[in-house]
Design a protein around this ligand. Sequence first.
Ligand code: FAQ
Length: 325
Amino acid sequence: MYAQMIKSEASREDPEKLAAFQTRIDAGEKIEPKDWMPQGYRKTLIRQIGQHAHSEIVGQLPEGNWITRAPTLERKAILLAKVQDEAGHGLYLYCAAETLGVSRDELTEMLLDGRMKYSSIFNYPTLTWADMGAVGWLVDGAAIMNQVPLQRTSFGPYSRAMIRICKEESFHQRQGYDIMMKMAQGTRAQKRMAQDALNRFWYPSLMMFGPSDKESVHSEQSMAWKIKMNTNDELRQKFVDQTVPQAEYLGLTVPDPDLKWNEETGHYDFSQPDWSEFFDVLKGNGPCNRERLAARNKAWDDGKWVRDGLLAHAEKKAARKVAAE
Ligand code: FAQ
């Protein structure tokens, strides 16, 4: 439906402008907020950047859950810094989306009333400390795999936000792997926890790349506009190829009996996630969807007095400036 809407919008636009825009994209030029752009390009970016921003914000919840229970002061400081980084990523991305003419408040309202999505992965619970390792290693690892190419995306503010985000994500991934290493080399019980975390996060991490290319409604147009640089399946394969040797190094087993190296293709063959579970999570039926949205709604309501106070202060300051002129 969305793809049809984009096509029908394009049919109402000036063909010469559309062609000139595509020439700029094909030449690798960056599109900046004041440049002419097709409505569909603007809408697609608002959807993707907005959902990406929401993912960073909601993504603080599964790890924030463990800050008070981190096993050492050092681990607590690291986790706190990581979760704060995710908040920062959300803010850069909301700013990038704002340059397209949508306010952060509008985007937030769409998240809170369920009109906009956030990444499926954050609807899974974090049950043990080893999950902090698995989230950093696998979830941030999948996020980087998707975001490194997005540094070259065609929309300038999104591309620039991604450059800084990727630097921070790589620290996140390493801290997760470091937790996994400690757990995997620890007692038998700790190694079991690490294996259990890998078992639970493997397939949800594969789902982060989105549905298979056959089911992906946006990929074709988004890639023509260089909003996306790779297909979902391409990135999923790269992630598997990169992560399996890392699991082997840890002495852990990827929970996929069909996983095997394919000499001919030069890639791992692997089992697909349960796509019916993915679509069910998207519909709001994952293990933590209700809890996550309730937490964000509560934060929004609890923060109202701060927003009102800041607004009243800004209005007073503006009125004083006018009176002084
Ligand atoms: N979850 O046609 P496609 C992070 C939806 S950042 C939920 O293939 P598209 C950092 C999709 O929106 C993680 N929904 O869509 C961190 C569409 O529905 P719509 C977020 C999903 O956009 C780490 C429908 O399915 N990263 O984790 C998902 O071309 C640790 C059809 O799919 C980004 O957002 C999903 N996994 O490709 C934070 C990166 N997959 O909108 C804290 C930027 C698909 O029509 C702790 N985004 N859908 O209603 C992208 O690259 C793309 O948007 C994809 C999806 C690849 C996610």
